[in-house]
Design a protein around this ligand. Structure first.
Ligand code: HEC
Length: 159
């Protein structure tokens, strides 16, 4: 975890011999690509959704091949930022659990990085998610209670 903080907050130091002038600026456009979404996934998500993204039948839904993961990015940002609860159908199976929210635990750039990771792993193939989308979500929804799948569909359309 210290690695991310080091990468985000500071210019390169130590063994890096490049001059400050030629280092790329770190901004919200490129910070997500500096953060290792796979490492965040291992730490924050894999206990439930498993390293394979297959989840655990009856308990934790799969991310591999999930229509929710490939859906409108606003849906994914909402789930990560605010959490999810109540019945949800994923790849034809119904789950009914509680997904913790990551608001305040992961930065916008970290949420974007881990979502970009799950959209491109295990055969998934969907657009990357930009930290700006997470900031827009925060502005629009603030601190809200965990979503249900019905609320997500009502707000953003069917995945
Ligand atoms: C404590 C277990 C737990 C952790 C940790 C967790 N999830 Fe979940 N996740 C769940 C459960 C349970 C659901 C289904 C919630 C429901 O039934 O309403 C879910 C649902 C989801 C969904 C929507 C359904 C699907 O399978 O596509 C996504 C996307 C998702 N999680 C991504 C993540 C990501 C990314 C992380 C890490 C940043 C994460 N989750 C961490 C338990 C967890």
């Amino acid at each position: 975890m210290g690695y991310y903080a080091w990468q985000i907050g500071k210019p390169m130091q130590g063994g890096d011999s490049r001059s400050v002038a030629i280092q790329p600026a770190i901004n919200s456009e490129n910070v997500a690509t500096l953060i290792d979404g796979g490492a965040i996934y291992s730490i924050q998500c894999s206990a439930c959704h498993q390293a394979t993204g297959q989840g655990i039948p009856g308990a934790f839904p799969p991310l591999a091949g999930s229509e929710w993961v490939l859906a409108d990015s606003a849906i994914l940002v909402s789930i990560l930022q605010d959490g999810l609860q109540g019945p949800i159908v994923v790849a034809g199976n119904t789950y009914n659990g509680v997904m913790p929210y990551f608001r305040g635990k992961l930065s916008s750039a970290e949420i974007a990085a881990v979502l970009t990771y799950i959209r491109s792993e295990w055969g998934n193939n969907a657009d990357r998610i930009d930290p700006i989308m997470v900031d827009e979500h925060k502005t629009r929804f603030g601190e809200r209670v965990p979503w249900t799948s019905d609320e997500l569909i009502a707000e953003f359309g069917k995945p």
